[in-house]
Design a protein around this ligand. Structure first.
Ligand code: GLC
Length: 755
């Protein structure tokens, strides 16, 4: 039921002497219509300069202490609509005061910040949170982040990042939800609901921003900012889907990317910003550029100068310009030269004012700085839970984990006590002083005798001067727990890597430690999968902790000591070597798919072999065709059995649902969580279809010996695709289904037919 405001209209009959009381008319109009009414009213009073002002977002370097006078003057004239990175509360209040008391139309400013995976309390990096396969947990973390950030006057975050990322060389994969469009869509929905809350006008709700629209994660070579070439079918069937889900979830804003998509930079792409986003999806929020992404269309070679770039962005319907000033500098001329119209500008301003009204900023422009919510106990608990649920156990030879209390530990490695790096990329406001590291946690726990030696000063350290010290404590301990991986700076924006092995001398140190004969538990903190080929056989267990955030230490302690069973699953396929990339699971079958029997290992090829004598299928002679670990993979401290996997009911040809059911049993002796995954394959299509696509997942917790029936429900819409005729279709034919533990698990196969 739409909220109705009773809007009392006093309509005085101009030609008669009726009194207001006789002609008061109570008219029920919707809240949305009332906002449009108010927008029209404000627009009618705004000058052209003020309208252009609303499209301007300005930043201030956090290194500049004083608030520049020119910013205050511009606000007073109504020539700025938004700020990012104003982290001094007094500055934020003063700017808002000027806007509300001294500017011509008293339009409130909207303050923005990158609150990506926490504000003060830092949660695992988004790629790690995706590994939890737990949207409720992600939503809770986003809600907490909004509560903390809004105490600084921040009412808009530049998150969630919904770029499909299939290339771990790309540093920003850390910020994504991985390679799968369904998981990314579900995670995006959770972030948006968490940030925006139940009521966007609440003082603790902050506008979310689905970014980077679209295709930024397909940067060629995994090199940030690089070209993205995505055919129209992949664009609709993969890359656009999470953004469509975000719009259906009422995301307040979107952000365009830096990249060009098939030759057209997305910040000037009318097909995306007007045809798809507005006309097809009906989006009614506003779109902000990325940092200078409008004027970067000049170096892209898409605009000859900044005026032309402004014209392309504005005509594509990009509403707000982040940091650069091409709109402010050129829009008036563009209108005078009839290269743009004031009506178009009115639409942009309307989109911006609509979100400001929905945020309640006109009624409540000021914020209440509450410091007791920052790092609140329940926030830290939530961050610890998120860290625990995101960690992925990749190897556990001879069940060396969980650690038994009788064993003494040698804690070694550059990330055992690295409070800054543990927070991960895009952590602007989290404080390393509040980070609890694994070393701290093990010391406080006291359950294990421990010796500590860093071995390497930081992840890229190439010096072996500390090796002997590390080897010595290893020889005097029962088990080595090595904390390795990447410093935070090695992932994130502009931080792509061509070699994904452990940086520095970490592999050398692990090899030296291996010579001691002591078992090694490798705990990895990184923003991306790390290629382990050189050391995987030298370690007994691998726990991937991502960059786990403020509470990473207590979370890792609980997992390693068995207080909790690891439950994360990989949101990204883990390559053996960089040379395999891209190696995502939902690939096409090709005309020559590889099957084990036909794959010839390079060293077994006879010398002088006849040219066409090898298995002519799609694989590498030296690395085959399988990843190190598949999408959806992760171990627990227990074991699970799947049985009674069946189609419970099938009404799909009557436009009803299909219900798939499976009985899951915990066959181990500890409580643990299983992520039950449902995949499908459309066997034949008007365009080739992926060998598998994630359709549903459910994370369940079971006591030892307990069973649970898991049902999955889906309909035709869920298996439709953007076909050869450029329409969304479900074509007749055979479909397969799998219920399994990861993308390569084909144990339980079902099928159905669309007539
Ligand atoms: C950056 C990023 C974007 C971020 C923005 C503001 O360059 O690409 O994701 O939100 O600038 O910091």
């Amino acid at each position: 039921m739409r909220n109705y405001l009773v809007l009392t209209l006093i309509t005085c009959c101009l030609l008669s002497n009726c009194t207001p009381k006789e002609s008061i008319t109570n008219v029920l109009i919707s809240k949305e219509d009332a906002i449009e009414f108010k927008i029209d009213s404000i627009l009618s009073k705004m000058t052209l300069e003020e309208k252009i002002g609303q499209t301007a977002q300005r930043g201030k370097s956090s290194r500049v202490k004083e608030l520049p006078v020119e910013l205050k003057e511009a606000v007073k004239k109504g020539e700025i609509g938004s700020f990012l990175n104003i982290m001094n509360k007094d500055d934020a209040k003063e700017l808002q005061r000027i806007a509300m008391e001294e500017s011509p139309n008293k339009i409130p400013l909207i303050f923005a910040r990158d609150v990506i995976h926490g504000f003060k309390t830092i949660f695992p990096i988004p790629l790690g949170q995706a590994a939890s396969f737990d949207p409720n947990l992600v939503q809770k973390g986003a809600r907490i982040s909004a509560i903390e950030a809004s105490t600084y006057g921040i009412r808009w975050t530049f998150a969630p990042m919904l770029d499909i990322s299939r290339d771990p060389r790309w540093g920003r994969i850390a910020e994504s939800a991985g390679e799968d469009q369904y998981l990314t869509s579900i995670m995006g929905e959770a972030y948006i609901k968490g940030f925006q809350g139940d009521d966007l006008s609440s003082s603790t709700s902050i506008a979310a921003c689905a970014k980077h629209f679209v295709g930024y994660g397909a940067a060629e070579g995994g090199r940030d900012y690089n070209t993205a070439n995505i055919n129209e079918f992949s664009l609709h069937n993969t890359y656009l889907k999470p953004f469509k889900k975000a719009v259906e979830t009422n995301v307040a804003t979107l952000m365009t990317g830096f990249n060009d998509l098939n030759g057209v930079p997305v910040s000037g792409n009318k097909y995306l910003l007007t045809e798809v986003l507005r006309n097809q999806w009906g989006f009614d929020g506003f779109v902000v550029s990325d940092w200078n992404s409008i004027i970067e269309m000049v170096p892209h070679g898409f605009a000859e100068d900044e005026a032309a770039a402004a014209g392309k962005a504005a005509n594509a319907m990009l509403d707000m310009e982040m940091t650069s000033t091409s709109y402010q500098d050129n829009m008036k001329n563009l209108i005078e030269e009839r290269k743009f119209s004031e009506n178009q500008l009115d639409e942009m301003v309307r989109n911006i004012l609509r979100i400001k009204f929905k945020l309640g900023l006109f009624d409540k422009p000021y914020f209440e700085p509450e410091s007791d919510v920052l790092y609140a106990k329940e926030h830290l608990e939530a961050a610890k839970e998120a860290a625990k649920k995101s960690m992925v156990l990749l190897k556990n030879k001879n069940q060396i984990l969980p650690l038994s209390t009788k064993k003494s530990l040698a804690i070694i490695g550059p990330l055992a006590d690295a409070p800054h790096d543990q927070l991960g990329t895009w952590t602007f406001d989290g404080e390393k002083a509040r980070t609890i590291t694994p070393l701290t946690s093990f010391k406080e726990d006291g359950e294990h005798p421990i010796l500590y030696s860093k071995g390497l000063s930081y992840s890229r350290d190439k010096s072996n001067k500390r090796f002997n010290d590390a080897i010595k404590i290893a020889k005097n301990s029962d088990i080595i727990v090595f904390f390795g991986g990447e410093e935070a700076i090695l992932s994130g924006e502009a931080h792509s890597r061509a070699n994904l092995n452990l940086p520095g001398k970490q592999e050398s140190l692990i090899s030296e430690l291996h010579k001691t004969g002591k078992p090694i538990v490798l705990v990895l903190m990184a923003g991306r999968p790390i290629t382990l080929g050189n050391i995987i056989d030298k370690v007994d267990a691998v726990l991937f902790a991502w960059h786990p955030g403020t509470m990473g230490g207590p979370a890792i302690l609980d997992i390693l000591t068995g207080k909790a069973s690891p439950s994360g699953r990989l949101p990204i396929t883990w390559p053996k070597e960089v040379g395999q990339i891209p190696i995502y699971y939902n690939h096409k079958n090709t005309g020559r798919p590889t099957i084990p029997e036909e794959f010839v290992q390079i060293d077994s090829i006879p010398i002088g072999a006849w040219q066409s004598s090898l298995g002519n299928t799609s694989h590498y002679l030296d690395l085959g065709y399988l990843p190190q670990y598949p999408f959806g993979y992760g171990l627990t401290y227990s074991s699970f059995e799947y049985c009674d996997v069946k189609i419970l009911s099938n009404e799909i040809n009557e436009n009803g649902p299909i219900i798939v059911s499976a009985k899951i049993t915990n066959t181990g002796n500890v409580i643990a969580e299983e992520v039950v995954q449902l995949y499908f394959r459309d066997m034949v299509g008007s365009i080739t279809r992926p060998v598998k696509e994630l359709l549903r997942f459910k994370k369940i917790e079971l006591e030892p010996g307990a069973s649970k029936i898991v049902d999955f429900v889906f309909s035709k819409d869920d298996i439709s695709f953007y076909g050869l005729d450029k329409k969304w279709v479900v074509e007749p034919g055979k479909f397969k289904l799998w219920v399994g533990k990861h993308a390569l698990d084909q144990t339980h196969e079902l099928e159905f037919v669309i007539e």
